[in-house]
Design a protein around this ligand. Structure first.
Ligand code: TRP
Length: 356
C-alpha cells in the first residue's frame, strides 16, 4: 500500500523551480492511480519557524499555494490537500520524536545549515527553526507515507525521518514506516537555477519565474536572463553547461517544440552544438525558451485565474482536506502512544486490564 506525502511552505507563490522539481511529478503520480492515498500539505507551521513576526505573509500565501496546486493539476478528489497547523497531532508527534534526536545530529543537517547561513541567523536561531526536521518527520510519519516526492534539498530531511523511524520502531514497537524520497527523473529539474544564474530559484533573492506570472512578465524575465558571459558576439563559441537558458531548455524542451518554433534544428543536442561552435545568438535561444515557457505556463495561468475567482471554494476544499488528514494523523498518534505505553486512558492501562 503506497502512500505519498509532500508539501510546501506557504511563503510565496510557487515558481518554475517548484514546478519542475516537484509539482509536475506529483501530478503524474496522482494521475497514475497507483497510490492508495496522497497527502499534499501546505506547511504553514513550518513556514512560521522563521516568520514568527510575519504571520500575515504565511496566512496570505496559503490560498496562493493552493491555487498553484490546483492550477498544475492536483485534484482534491484524488489527493488530500490540507493545512499543517490544523493538525495538532503533528505537534504532539514532534514532541515525542524530539527525545530521539540529538542537538549535534540536527547541527549536521546540511539543508538547515545552509538556510541558517542564508537567513543570517548566526547564534540567534529560533528553536522551532532548528528543530523543523523533526517536525517534518512527524508530517511524513503521521500519514505512514512511504513515498515523499521532493527536490534534492529535502534529502537530509528524509534521512532524518528514516533515522527517527528506525529509532522509534526499535525502542518501542514497529508502528512507523520508513519513507523513501522520490526525486525528479530529469536531474536538471532537481535544482533549477534562478534567472540571474544563482544556484537556486528563490523568492527571497527575487530571481524566479512564477506560475502566476503574466505572459509579459515571463517574456521580460526570459529576456533578462543570465547566459554565458564569455559569449560576447554571436560568432563566439558559447558554453551550454552552467548556462541557465540551456538548463531551462533541458528541463522544458521537447522535440515537438523545434517543429513548432525553431525548425532550423531537430532537437536540443543540435541546437547546443551550434551554440558551442559559435554563430547562434542568445537572442534566438531566449526567444525559443520564451515560446516554450509561454506554451507550458499559459494553461496553468488561465486555470489559476479562473479558480481565484472563487476563493471560498478553495478554503472549503482545504477545510475538508484538513478534517480528513486529521483523522489519519490522530490514528497514528494513538498507535504511537500505545507503542510508547503512554496511551493511559485509551488502553486502560491504569485499570490493569492491559499490561504494557
Ligand atoms: N520543507 C519543505 C519545503 O521547504 C516543506 C515540507 C514540510 C515538507 N513538511 C514536509 C516536504 C514533509 C515533504 C514532506 O518545501
Amino acid at each position: 500500500m503506497d502512500v505519498i506525502l509532500t508539501g510546501d511552505r506557504p511563503t510565496g507563490k510557487l515558481h518554475l523551480g517548484h514546478y519542475v522539481g516537484s509539482l509536475k511529478r506529483r501530478v503524474e503520480l496522482q494521475n497514475s492511480g497507483k497510490y492508495h492515498n496522497i497527502f499534499i500539505m501546505i506547511a504553514d507551521a513550518q513556514a512560521l519557524t522563521d516568520n514568527a513576526d510575519n504571520i500575515n505573509k504565511v496566512r496570505n500565501n496559503i490560498s496562493e499555494v493552493a491555487l498553484d496546486y490546483l492550477a498544475c493539476g492536483l485534484d482534491p478528489k484524488k489527493s488530500t490537500i490540507f493545512i499543517q497547523s490544523q493538525i495538532p497531532e503533528l505537534c504532539e508527534l514532534s514532541f515525542y520524536y524530539m527525545n530521539l534526536v540529538t542537538v549535534s545530529r540536527l547541527q549536521r543537517n546540511p539543508t538547515v545549515k545552509n538556510e541558517i547561513q542564508l537567513r543570517g541567523f548566526k547564534q540567534s536561531i529560533p528553536v522551532g527553526f532548528f528543530t523543523y526536521p523533526i517536525s517534518q518527520a512527524a508530517d511524513i510519519t503521521a500519514f505512514k507515507a512511504n513515498i515523499v516526492p521532493v527536490g534534492e534539498d529535502q534529502l537530509p530531511m528524509i534521512e532524518q525521518t528514516r533515522e527517527i523511524v528506525r529509532s522509534f520502531n526499535s525502542q518501542y514497537k514497529p508502528v512507523l514506516i520508513e519513507p523513501t524520497a522520490v526525486l525528479p527523473e530529469n536531474s536538471v529539474c532537481s535544482r533549477l537555477p534562478g534567472i540571474d544564474g544563482a544556484a537556486k530559484m528563490s523568492k527571497s533573492i527575487g530571481n524566479c519565474i512564477y506560475l502566476s506570472d503574466s505572459s509579459n512578465d515571463i517574456k521580460k524575465k526570459v529576456q533578462s536572463m543570465f547566459t554565458d558571459p564569455t559569449h560576447l558576439r554571436v560568432e563566439d563559441p558559447g558554453h551550454t553547461e552552467n548556462n541557465p537558458v540551456f538548463i531551462y531548455l533541458d528541463a522544458f524542451c521537447k522535440d515537438e517544440y523545434f517543429k513548432e518554433f525553431l525548425p532550423a534544428y531537430q532537437n536540443l543536442d543540435e541546437m547546443k552544438e551550434h551554440y558551442r561552435r559559435g554563430g547562434l545568438g542568445d537572442g534566438v535561444v531566449k526567444k525559443f525558451l520564451n515560446e516554450i515557457l509561454q506554451t507550458e505556463l499559459k494553461p496553468i495561468r488561465e486555470k489559476r485565474e479562473l479558480l481565484a475567482q472563487d476563493l471560498p471554494r478553495i478554503f472549503y476544499m482545504l477545510h475538508q482536506g484538513s478534517i480528513k488528514a486529521r483523522e489519519v494523523a490522530a490514528q497514528t498518534l494513538s498507535e504511537v502512544k500505545t507503542a510508547m505505553g503512554i496511551n493511559y486512558f485509551k488502553d486502560d492501562i491504569f485499570s490493569g486490564r492491559i499490561e504494557i
